[in-house]
Design a protein around this ligand. Structure first.
Ligand code: 1HE
Length: 266
């Protein structure tokens, strides 16, 4: 059974051992992200409870997030603007390069900083209402939550430039084709699918999950020779764990689940 609590004014937390469900809970402002919300997410993923092996990030209301709370920018100086952007980088890094895989549920607006938050999670489950946009150009600002680093790696510099220059809005189906989400489910089915995936992820060896989060994005930035060497180290570390030894023994004794065909992209 869960134990709903609050991480901050606009973030709810429910721990359903072995997963945590975090909910952006500011529907009246379309889950616009204020500093307290971003810092609460960052603090949680910097030091998740030990019983939590995977997490789901979802939202209240019809929209995932309308992005940065624009009321926070109206009086900032240039230097405060730098600090503001930097104050988003660490929390989103805590998600992407953390210890707990995060599955997000995307519906309605996934805009600006909301999209930057979404793409710092590892698995994104979209509902048909989801749409992705970067209206920064029309607000006279630039992305500041890591979007210029993460989004081109997903969809390419040219597509991100199109979104920023022309205000192009990408729908849920195109988002799936481009890799913004990895899953597209029916309307209202996103949370159940995300919980199912998080529960499945939580069954993995923690060492393997850690290796996926820490190693894959770093190897993607390395040259092939360095990448292969780091891969060999991570392979040896994970194979050497007690958990790996017992899981391999289970398979060889015919007691482990076999790999079965899936149902396609959903
Ligand atoms: C907000 C925000 C916000 C809504 N900051 N208050 N993001 C944007 O440029 C997107 C701006 N938002 C919208 O385009 C629309 O609100 C939506 C398409 C998301 C939803 O439309 P709708 O008709 O359902 O809602 P609404 O009536 O526009 O908004 C409801 C309330 O939320 C309203 O406040 P109210 O007091 O009048 O009720 C809005 O002002 C408020 N609201 N979005 C603050 N973003 C680290 S850098 C990242 C840079 C960015 O993220 S730029 C992109 C910002």
């Amino acid at each position: 059974m869960g134990n709903p609590t609050r991480l901050s004014e606009h973030v709810r937390l429910e721990v359903r051992d072995p997963i945590a469900i975090l909910t952006l809970d500011r529907p009246d402002k379309r889950n616009a992200l204020d500093g307290g919300t971003v810092q609460a997410l960052g603090a949680f993923f910097a030091d998740p409870p030990p019983e939590v092996s995977a997490a789901v990030l979802t939202s209240s209301g019809e929209h995932f997030s309308a992005g940065l709370d624009l009321s926070e920018l109206t009086t900032t100086t240039v230097f405060e603007g730098v600090l503001h952007s930097r104050s988003w980088h660490q929390p989103f890094d805590n998600i992407q390069l953390g210890t707990v895989p995060v599955v997000s549920v995307l519906r309605g607006a996934v805009i600006g900083g909301g999209l930057e938050l979404a793409i710092s999670t590892h698995i994104r489950v979209a509902e048909p209402s989801a749409y992705y946009a970067l209206p920064e150009g029309s607000r006279g600002i630039f992305v500041g939550g890591g979007g210029s680093v993460r989004l081109p790696r997903l969809i390419g510099v040219h597509r991100m430039a199109d979104m920023m220059l022309t205000g192009r809005v990408i729908d849920a189906r195109s988002g799936l084709d481009l890799g913004i989400s990895q899953y597209l489910v029916g309307e209202g089915e996103g949370l159940a699918k995300a919980v199912e995936l998080a529960m499945r992820i939580a069954e993995n060896s923690r060492v393997t999950n850690y290796a996926v989060l820490q190693t894959l994005p770093r190897i993607a930035e390395m040259g092939p020779h360095e990448g292969l060497f780091v891969e060999s180290l991570m392979a040896a570390i994970s194979q050497g764990s007690d958990e790996a030894k017992s899981l391999l023994e289970e398979f060889l004794a015919g007691r482990a689940a076999k790999v079965v065909r899936n149902e396609g992209t959903r």
